[in-house]
Design a protein around this ligand. Structure first.
Ligand SMILES: NC(=O)c1ccc[n+]([C@@H]2O[C@H](COP(=O)([O-])OP(=O)(O)OC[C@H]3O[C@@H](n4cnc5c(N)ncnc54)[C@H](OP(=O)(O)O)[C@@H]3O)[C@@H](O)[C@H]2O)c1
Length: 262
């Protein structure tokens, strides 16, 4: 990659920084579509976030930046505007810098998650859905599935209090979807979404008892690494259609590209 004075510059703000892969994914994506955009990770400690964000406002070749752990919540107060979805999810994961230095935050998890499903011909409207996990990504996917008019959304989590809190929040926003905390079996669901981190390590247990999964189930594991999780392998062996987290990540890249062109 050749970075010149004509390149558009992006950052990924993180602490710690050594696990960050989003910058490499963004660079590969922009190289692939022939856009002159270069992205670098920036190691920013929480106390320094306001100063760094203030400085970025004055960097005229910066078009935006990704935000990851631990800044996704704290960043909101430092921006000029955030999208309604980012507000509802309670986290920003991408910020656009406009030509006049305004900073506009959004959350790409929800639309990226839905686009990857739609691209595979899977719709959510009227479906019975089970979501495993109620963490940061789970907030986005639950909201996205209610916005896409799932008939029933079940949310199961290791910490049941968090599952209940997320179910209550989504139910209040979307009364047309029946939202329930619980469901320990995978039976009779059209779509099962894993948003827990179970599956990232090779010796992790499966996030759910898979005996109810059949060839009418779609299993979507949003874990990016490994690209094919044990849940996906096991579900595919039972005839299910499976989707991995890289599809969701790739869709987010396309959305970021659109976002910084606007
Ligand atoms: N494909 C994409 O574009 C994309 C985007 C964002 C995230 N992700 C992936 O999604 C996963 C979750 O990310 P996140 O940001 O939501 O993390 P997070 O906020 O830390 O949430 C982690 C979730 O996993 C559950 N969990 C963790 N360890 C567990 C265990 N041992 N047993 C059962 N449940 C466990 C947590 O349950 P408790 O609430 O009980 O702790 C929580 O629901 C990660 O693998 C991440 O890489 C993918």
């Amino acid at each position: 990659m050749e970075i010149t004075g004509k390149s558009k510059i992006m950052f990924v703000l993180a602490d710690p920084v050594d696990h960050v892969r989003a910058s490499a994914v963004l660079n590969a994506y922009f190289a692939g579509i022939g856009e002159d955009v270069a992205t670098s990770p920036l190691h920013v400690r929480p106390d320094d976030l306001p100063a760094v964000v203030g400085a970025i406002r004055h960097m005229n070749n910066v078009v935006g930046f990704g935000v990851t752990i631990p800044h996704k919540v704290a960043i909101a107060a430092l921006l000029d505007e955030i999208s309604q979805n980012a507000r509802l999810i309670g986290a920003v994961n991408f910020v656009k810098r406009t030509r006049d230095g305004r900073l506009v935050g959004d959350n790409m998890d929800a639309p990226g998650f839905i686009s990857a499903l739609l691209n595979r011909g899977c719709t959510i409207s009227g479906k019975r859905v089970l979501q495993l996990g109620a963490g940061g990504a789970g907030r986005a996917t639950a909201l996205a599935m209610a916005q896409a008019r799932a008939a029933e959304l079940w949310i199961s989590n290791r910490d049941p209090v968090k599952a209940q809190a997320l179910a209550d929040a989504i139910q209040a926003l979307h009364p047309e979807t029946k939202v329930t905390a619980g469901a320990d079996t995978a039976e009779n669901f059209d779509l099962i979404v894993n948003t827990t981190s179970l599956g990232m390590l090779s010796d992790d247990p499966l996030p759910i008892d898979v005996s109810g999964i059949s060839n009418t189930t779609v299993v979507y594991d949003i874990i990016v690494n490994p690209p094919v999780t044990r849940l996906m392998v096991t579900a595919a062996a039972r005839g299910a259609v499976t989707i991995g987290g890289k599809a969701m990540l790739d869709e987010q890249m396309a959305l970021v590209a659109d976002f910084i062109r606007r």
